[in-house]
Every structure is written in structure tokens, then in C-alpha cells.
Write a protein that binds this ligand. Structure first.
Ligand SMILES: Nc1ncnc2c1ncn2[C@@H]1O[C@H](COP(=O)(O)OP(=O)(O)OP(=O)(O)O)[C@@H](O)[C@H]1O
Length: 599
């Protein structure tokens, strides 16, 4: 009995560690090589806090030569262990996570893991050196010390269940949606007005806090915290569990932790003492086989019993909330046709001014001294041959790339140098030529991500006010569904974007843009690659947006479409603005026609 309880405890420690790491690797797409270090920080912290205070006259208070601890009771010490692990992780992650690319984080966490293990072994007067900090007092419950595995298994079991529920809820919350967005397309998350550094720093801290909890329980169970229990091998084992189980699926993590956790006792029973030599080989082989034959892991992200129930519930909700697909709604307030809208439009008012914008890439002048305005409620098209600088101009206006020169003013206020997310919050959002949708999220989640001011995205509010979060989330999903309805995509609300046709993906991208609530919309080739039968639909949607008062700037190659849609066109060639006017006027000029279609 005690033997099996001990095995269960070991497996549950691995499970907690891997569940915490899954928040990073699975949900956020960031790899940390230091999860065992935070596990260890939790273990050492609980040890130092719970060990008895050194008493004058008593030569050695502990068998590892450490003078003594703070003499704290167990549970407050566990709480502090969680906080210390989380705080250290957040502090070290800030410089790494403020960079967009994840490679920097991998290198930095690897270095942190190695240095931490080294310090655990060498700071003998604090950590007990290579032999570890011991004896750490056992965990207590209602004043009773728990020493036997059959007693400890209950506490560790409850902690594991709570960890599972916490990680699952966090991953599936509005905050988790932002994390998944960062994993899929970080630029697109920023383009809809959300910051990405803070969520990454928070999740890094939360994951480390959970690892710290596991470490604190571990140290109190074994009554020792030693460097070899928290080294790089342990971090790699946790990564193996996450990858084997299936990223962003806590059920997969649980299954993989059980499989890999059972390997030790099974090998011990079958092979005996030499088993340890085979362990690494089997881990490696299992990983290679999974990568080769089931790269999405044993239980992939959108599978498993919990997902099935959740998706069915959501699908039912979406079906009951939305009418049939053919009934595409118009943007609220939209006039029936663009012509009617033009007749009732107010006097021209400049919403966006671009002045003297320039950008060179080495010897290529992608944009050169470009100046133009966008007028409220109008569609302005940027036209010109391939490589004229249209997309670069979008990137410069939204500060996705830094201009060499130039200024941008939105509604009379300078937005030059503001981040793309801040610009979106101030009312100008953009789409991307390549869509940049969150492919492994449903159409509804893609759009819900863009809805501004979601207090439920704050993980603190999520923890302390779960009912409020549920209510807010229902309202957000309803708004997202309405945006999908505007483009006729509500019937596919629960479909993963990766499973939609290219044309439908473009419509979801427009719905996402509408959901930002921005008044100025920059659309980069909204119909490129779209089936001709769906192009009309896109044209209708864009006309409706104008009729609803949105100011639109469009990059478009089709002369026919620009003639039908745009009130005005800005003609670019080799980064320069050559002419402005209606598309008819521009195409009446032989010189521009030759540039556009080639001589
Ligand atoms: N990051 C970059 N590095 C180097 N050159 C670039 C970069 N981005 C754009 N360019 C160059 O700048 C010029 C303008 O490119 P841009 O993509 O803005 O043109 P475009 O008008 O949008 O073209 P298309 O209609 O084909 O999309 C091209 O010569 C392109 O090769």
C-alpha cells in the first residue's frame, strides 16, 4: 500500500510540474527550460522557512550543516514558496518576453536552469550543498504531521486536482484565449489592440508559482531539497510529458505523466537496478515516435472528453443565438446601398493624415515621401503595380515597422511612434494580406479576441470573480457572433479557422477587424485568393462598413473592384505617390495605365 501511494505521489508531482509547463508551452507557445528550477525554488523556500530556528548553544541545527530555518508553520510557508517562485520567474522573464521571438527565452531559461542548479549545489551554508537541505519538517494538516505516503497522497492528490482545474480554467478563459492568440500570431494580437508582454510575464509567473507549489510539497514529503531533484533533466522530462500528451490539453498531460511516471517502477520491477540506463533511451524513443507519427500528441488540443462537451455546448448556444447563414446582417446603421450612403454623407472631414512617409530597406526605397489623407466615411484605395510600396505603407502607418521619416495624425492627434496595439485602441485597425488568423482557434474565438476592454482577460479578476467573468464572456461571445453574422459566417462560429476555406478565412478576418470597434479600417487585399463567387459578398460587406460610417483604406489589385468600391484612389509606384483621384480618372491617364499594366 505505502509503495503504491509513493508511486502515485511521484507521478502527481510530475503531473503538477507538466501541467504548469503546459500553460507556457501549450497555451502560449513559449518554451521554458527552467521549470525544474522554479520547482526547486519552491522546495528550498519551504525548507528554509519551515526548518527550526537555530538555537544558541546547539551546534548543528540541521544535518546538512545549515544553521537553521525560520521555524514557520507549513501552509504559510507553502504560500510564500509559491509567491517566491512566481516573483523570481516574472522578474527574469521580463527582458526575454519583451522580445517577440521565443528563442531568446529558451536560451535565457536554459542559462537560468543551469545557474540555479549550480547555486543549489554550491551555496552550502544556505542550501546544504550537494547533499541538500535536510531534514525539512514533514507537511502538516490540522496540526498533524503527515509522514506516511498513504497520508501524504491525499494532500498531494487534492493539490493535483486543484492544479488541473486551475490550469484548465485559466487555459480556457478569456486570458487563455489571449495566450493562444500569442502562440498563433503575436502580431495579430497586438494589431487588435491587446498588449502581449504583460500576459506572457503573468503566465510565466503563474506557471512558476504552480511549479513552486509542487516543489514545496515535494520537499516536505521527502524531507530534503537537493540539486539533483531540480536539474535540467527534470525540466526536459516535464517538456517531454507536455509534448507526448499533446500541447494545450491538460488531459493529455495527465495521461502522459502517468505513462512516463509509471516507467520507473515498471522498469525497476522488470530490469532491476540497471533500469536507469534504459530510462533515457525509452523517453527519447517515445518522443521520436510521437513526433513522427502523432506530432499533435496523444490527446491533441481539440480532442478529449472535456473539449467534446464544451464544444457541443457552445455549438448549441451559437445555433440557438444565430439565424440561418443566408441572412447576412448589415452593419448596424448601414444604409441599403453605397450610392444612398454617398448621398447622405456629411461634409468631408480628414480622419487620417500621412505626411512625408519614407522607408528604405538597404538600397530599396520601399516608400518615398508619401503624403495623403483619409476622409471620414469614404473608401480610399491604394493602387499600383507589385512592389509599389502599398503594404509597406500600411506597416508604416500602424508602426508595424518604424519609418525613416514621416508623421501620422489620427483624428487630429499625432500617433507617430505609438505601438500598433495603442493605435488600434485609438481607433485604427488593420488586416493582413496573409490573414494572420489564429488558425487553431474557432472563428468565434478569433473574433472574440478583438473585442476591446475585456476585463475578464485579467487573470486576477478571473480568480476572484469567476461568475462575473462568465457573464462578461457570454456578452463577448454574443458580440463576436454578431460580428460573424455581419459577414455571414455565424454558422461556422465553432469551426476551427484552419478548417475553413480561404475565402471564409478572409471574411473571418474582416469580422475580427469589425470587432475591434475601430472607426478607421485598413484592409490589405481583402479579396486576393478569394473564390470569384465570394468576392461579391466581400464587396457587399465593405460597402456596408462604409455606409455605417467607417473610414476605409484598401489595398487592392483588381481595377474592377476599386472602381466599384473606392471613392478615391492613391496611385503609388516605386514608393512614390504619383496621382490621386477616382479610379476612372486615374485609368484614363495613359502613363499610369502603362505603369499599372506594364507597357
Ligand atoms: N522587410 C523588407 N525587407 C526588404 N525589402 C522589403 C521589405 N518589405 C518590402 N520590401 C520591398 O519594398 C518594396 C515594396 O514592397 P511592398 O510589399 O510594400 O509592395 P506592394 O505594393 O504591397 O506589393 P504587392 O502588391 O506585390 O503586395 C518591394 O520592392 C519589396 O521587395
Amino acid at each position: 500500500m505505502e509503495y503504491y501511494a509513493d508511486i502515485a505521489i511521484q507521478i502527481m508531482f510530475l503531473m503538477m510540474l507538466a501541467l504548469s509547463l503546459n500553460l507556457l508551452v501549450g497555451y502560449t507557445g513559449e518554451t521554458s527550460m527552467a521549470q525544474a528550477a522554479f520547482y526547486g525554488i519552491g522546495a528550498y523556500t519551504v525548507g528554509l522557512l519551515t526548518m527550526p530556528v537555530a538555537v544558541a548553544g546547539l551546534e548543528i541545527a540541521t544535518s546538512s550543516g545549515v544553521a537553521g530555518g525560520a521555524g514557520w508553520p507549513f501552509w504559510p510557508a507553502v504560500l510564500i514558496s509559491i509567491l517566491v517562485s512566481a516573483a523570481v520567474a516574472s522578474a527574469i522573464s521580463i527582458p526575454a518576453l519583451s522580445r517577440v521571438r521565443g528563442e531568446f527565452l529558451i536560451l535565457m531559461t536554459l542559462a537560468f536552469q543551469l545557474v540555479t542548479t549550480q547555486l543549489m549545489g554550491s551555496l552550502t551554508s544556505i542550501t546544504g550543498g550537494t547533499f541538500g537541505l535536510t531534514p525539512i519538517p514533514p507537511m502538516t494538516l490540522f496540526g498533524q504531521s503527515l509522514i506516511k505516503p498513504s497520508q501524504v497522497v491525499i494532500v498531494v492528490g487534492i493539490a493535483t486536482v486543484l492544479t488541473f482545474v486551475f490550469c484548465y480554467r485559466l487555459g480556457e478563459s478569456p486570458f487563455g484565449r489571449v495566450l493562444k492568440g500569442i502562440r498563433e500570431q503575436e502580431t495579430a494580437v497586438r494589431a487588435v489592440g491587446k498588449g502581449t508582454v504583460l500576459p506572457k510575464v503573468i503566465v510565466f509567473g503563474v506557471a512558476a508559482g504552480v511549479a513552486g507549489l509542487a516543489g514545496a510539497l515535494n520537499a516536505s514529503y521527502y524531507q530534503v531539497a537537493a540539486p539533483q531533484s531540480f536539474n535540467l533533466d527534470v525540466s526536459i522530462l516535464a517538456i517531454a510529458v507536455v509534448i507526448l500528451g499533446g500541447v494545450a490539453n491538460p488531459v493529455g498531460t495527465v495521461v502522459a505523466a502517468i505513462l512516463l511516471g509509471l516507467l520507473n517502477p515498471v522498469l525497476d520491477a522488470l530490469v532491476g537496478a540497471e533500469a536507469s540506463a534504459w530510462r533515457g533511451v525509452i523517453y527519447g524513443l517515445a518522443l521520436v515516435l510521437v513526433m513522427r507519427y502523432r506530432p499533435q500528441g496523444l490527446i491533441p488540443e481539440h480532442q478529449g472528453p472535456l473539449r467534446f462537451l464544451r464544444r457541443r455546448r457552445r455549438r448549441n448556444a451559437a445555433e440557438s443565438a444565430a439565424p440561418a447563414r443566408s441572412e447576412r446582417d448589415r452593419v448596424p446603421g448601414a444604409a441599403p446601398t453605397a450610392t444612398d450612403a454617398a448621398a447622405s454623407r456629411p461634409a468631408p472631414e480628414v480622419v487620417l493624415s500621412v505626411e512625408g512617409m519614407s522607408k528604405s530597406f538597404g538600397g530599396i526605397k520601399a516608400v518615398s515621401d508619401a503624403t495623403f489623407d483619409l476622409t471620414r466615411g469614404q473608401i480610399t484605395a491604394l493602387v499600383g503595380p507589385n512592389g509599389a510600396g502599398k503594404t509597406t505603407l500600411f506597416n508604416l502607418i500602424t508602426n508595424a515597422i518604424t519609418p525613416d521619416q514621416g508623421a501620422v495624425t489620427l483624428n487630429g492627434t499625432s500617433i507617430t511612434g505609438l505601438s500598433i496595439s495603442e493605435i488600434a485602441r485609438r481607433g485604427m485597425a488593420r488586416s493582413f494580406q496573409d490573414g494572420r488568423l489564429f488558425e487553431r482557434l474557432s472563428a468565434l474565438d478569433n473574433v472574440a479576441m478583438a473585442i476591446p476592454d475585456q476585463r475578464a482577460e485579467n487573470p486576477f479578476i478571473l480568480t476572484v470573480r469567476p461568475l462575473y467573468v462568465q457573464k462578461r464572456e457570454r456578452a463577448v461571445r454574443q458580440s463576436a457572433l454578431e460580428c460573424l453574422q455581419l459577414v455571414g459566417m455565424h454558422a461556422d462560429a465553432e469551426t476551427l479557422v484552419a478548417d475553413l476555406s480561404y475565402g471564409d478565412q478572409k471574411l473571418v478576418a474582416i469580422a475580427r477587424l469589425i470587432a475591434t470597434g475601430a472607426d478607421v479600417l485598413l484592409l490589405d487585399e481583402p479579396t486576393s485568393g478569394v473564390d470569384p463567387s465570394a468576392v461579391e459578398h466581400v464587396i457587399d460587406v465593405i460597402s456596408d462598413l462604409r455606409a455605417a460610417g467607417k473610414t476605409i483604406c484598401l489595398v487592392e489589385h483588381s481595377v474592377h473592384m476599386v472602381e466599384r468600391l473606392a471613392d478615391r484612389a492613391v496611385f503609388l509606384d516605386q514608393g512614390r505617390v504619383l496621382a490621386m483621384g477616382s479610379m476612372k480618372e486615374l485609368m484614363a491617364r495613359q502613363d499610369l495605365k502603362e505603369i499599372y499594366f506594364g507597357a
